[in-house]
Design a protein around this ligand. Sequence first.
Ligand SMILES: Nc1ncnc2c1ncn2[C@@H]1O[C@H](COP(=O)(O)OP(=O)(O)O)[C@@H](O)[C@H]1O
Ligand SMILES: [Mg+2]
Length: 460
Amino acid sequence: MSQPRHTLLERLRRYQPDHIAAVESEAQGRLTRLVGMTLEAVGLNVSVGHQCEVISTDQRRIEAEVVGFAGEKVFLMPIQRIDGVSPGARVMPVARQRGMRIGAGLLGRVIDGLGEPLDGRGPITGENFLEFAPERINPLHRHPISEPLDVGIRAINTLLTVGRGQRLGLFAGSGVGKSVLMGMMTRFTTADIVIVGLVGERGREVKEFIDHILGPQGLSRSVVVAAPADDAPLMRLRASQLATRIAEHFRDAGKNVLLLMDSLTRYAQAQREVSLAIGEPPATKGYPPSVFAKIPQLVERAGNAAAGEGSITAFYTVLTEGDDLQDPIADAARAILDGHVVLSRRLAEEGIYPAVDIEASISRAMPNVVAESHLGHAQRFKQLLARYEQNRDLINIGAYTPGADPDTDAALERISHLKAFIRQGLDHPVSFADGLRQLETVIMPGPATQVRPPPGSEEA
Ligand SMILES: Nc1ncnc2c1ncn2[C@@H]1O[C@H](COP(=O)(O)OP(=O)(O)O)[C@@H](O)[C@H]1O
Ligand SMILES: [Mg+2]
């Protein structure tokens, strides 16, 4: 009977667990090939997801992650720039646990996907150590979504109420107001803490968001994890994961966290770059199948914890270029999220900001988190708006005769107020309770003269 053969490392792992870290880092490999962004190495005893360091000719340590293998060859992708790497360079597995310090001091900081500060305000300090490896929550132990979260945006609070622990998409083309809306939510929400992931945008946009849209007030209650478009794709993936990981940490500390991820589309594109680079064939519109497995892996981590603990309510932005509803990422996102807020270019062009397209948006958690009467008022609002939209062409050419349909009359009478209700000034938070009262007023039956535009709608 032949004994199974174990490698030296496996035997050491079993009999000398305390020494394995030291030995493992000695188990070096060599770089054999570099194509595009993919490194190939031999002589490594590592598994997928393992961190390694490639030693450059000038002795810099370049961090890389194992992303695949073929036979004896191991494929790695760098997290940082790879200039200075030569054939035969040493590749060393990293044995230490990856992580960062975390605590209340993280609030107001801007960090990269490795947890390193980007804001020039010194090292990150904190009482605790956060391991980057994600945790898993048994879906059966999750507390159901039962309470609303006030995001400070009137149209969302009243008509598309968000539940604590809900995951929503924010669907829009570029320049329709996603960033501005996220900034308003950061400043206005009653959540305890806001984690903002900025992934794959241009560097200039990241700066603009932090300096002008969030401002000192928004930044002071949030943590920003940023990986702009010129970062390596793995760094962009890391930033999305780290933002989620930090949200998990604060949720487990009992906080109600709002996680804003901009954007899920860029996250998927970073994953596509990685998968294509290691030879996975593209399937749907250039996206390899693994991309569609990675999206739920990220999104499923948000949500509620067990009863009594905190929550992660999350918004993921999804780019819908040219209003392409067939976009595979938009499709995948719609299927796994519990609702979506659609921003419409037509409304933005009319000057209605935030440009929330009420008819196209839905919050699936809303019926579980609001009172029956609230739901009724919201339905009435949507009905009036829909009636106006259906007859808009007739009305605009003067072909609609008042009196022909009572609902259309009611809609026509109130339309300017309905639109004003959706509008909200950049620096004008509207609480959940105030928004609800204003909703009752705008749908109230009676002559239009009794209906005044809601405050904060910035209507002249
Ligand atoms: N609430 C708002 N009020 C006034 N203007 C807005 C508002 N939201 C967006 N805008 C205008 O739209 C532009 C683009 O918004 P932004 O949030 O950067 O879009 P996106 O992130 O979707 O590309 C802003 O620079 C601003 O001019
Ligand atoms: Mg933006």
